[in-house]
Design a protein around this ligand. Structure first.
Ligand code: PGA
Length: 258
């Protein structure tokens, strides 16, 4: 089973939600629920920059890892409002979401900047969760595979085979994010398998088989089991459902049992 070669990862993407006290309370609620996942799957909470220190402190000694939601590609300098990869690692942050469709849509993120951020994260020892996915219009025009192939190639440009083992790919069809319109198990599996085939072209099958590929987009307590049972779906990037400890835990348990 190739699935056994890679780590299942359930990551919450809190987006622009939760003050520090709210973050602490949510993580305190999540910790005991997901403690049994230790050694079986990876559980991550990706939180706003202002919550990172609180989140790292609150989860210290537990199996919940902390991620940021973005990172700049320069190490330091005149980039007002930005946060660098070394600033994140110094805080104890282990993961970072890069190229989320909301960043691409609202903040001018391109495949070129996604690539630069990915390289900067890897250089600093952060594990990037690189998001790819097609727009509804692109799916309707039947160019999903072209879009995904281009994103994988550009976003991972000059990332080595050794480095890509620390990269997580999140397949997030843009039309499914925050809309309640989840991709069917078959649609999600089809694209995740296609992503793995692209990785195999770039890095060889052995490396591709070791890369964790998540599905994201309206994954919730009800639909997670079917998605996570798919052979090329190794976890989930969870938005709305990660803001409630019980719902998030149902998804974590589905991955533990899958
Ligand atoms: P959603 O968000 O689960 O609320 O659709 C997923 C994401 O944007 O990562």
């Amino acid at each position: 089973m190739n699935k056994a070669k890679r780590k299942a990862i359930i990551a919450g993407n809190w987006k622009m939600n939760n003050t520090r006290p709210e973050a602490k309370a949510l993580l305190e609620a999540i910790k005991p629920l997901v403690a049994n996942a230790e050694g079986k799957i990876e559980v991550i909470a990706c939180v706003p920059f202002t919550n990172l220190e609180t989140a790292v402190n609150t989860t210290a000694g537990s199996n919940v890892k902390i991620g940021a939601e973005n990172v700049h590609f320069e190490e330091k300098g005149a980039f007002t409002g930005e946060i660098s990869a070394p600033m994140l690692t110094e805080l104890g942050v282990e993961y970072v979401v890069i190229g989320h469709s909301e960043r691409r849509q609202y903040f001018g993120e391109t495949d070129e900047t996604v690539n630069k951020r990915t390289l900067a994260a890897l250089k600093a020892g952060l594990k990037p969760i690189v998001c790819v996915g097609e727009l509804l219009w692109e799916r309707e025009c039947n160019i999903t595979e072209e879009v995904i192939a281009r994103q994988i190639k550009l976003d991972l440009w000059s990332v080595t085979a050794e480095q890509v083992k620390d990269v997580v790919i999140a397949y997030e069809p843009v039309w499914a994010i925050g809309t309640g319109k989840v991709a069917t198990d078959e649609q999600a599996q089809e694209v995740c398998a296609f992503i793995r085939a692209q990785l195999a072209k770039l890095y060889g099958q052995d490396v591709a088989d070791a890369v964790t590929i998540q599905y994201g987009g309206s994954m919730n307590a009800k639909n997670c089991a079917g998605l996570l049972a798919q052979p090329d779906i190794d976890g989930g990037l969870i938005g709305g459902a990660s803001l409630k400890a019980e719902d998030f835990n149902v998804i974590v348990q589905a991955a533990v049992n899958g």
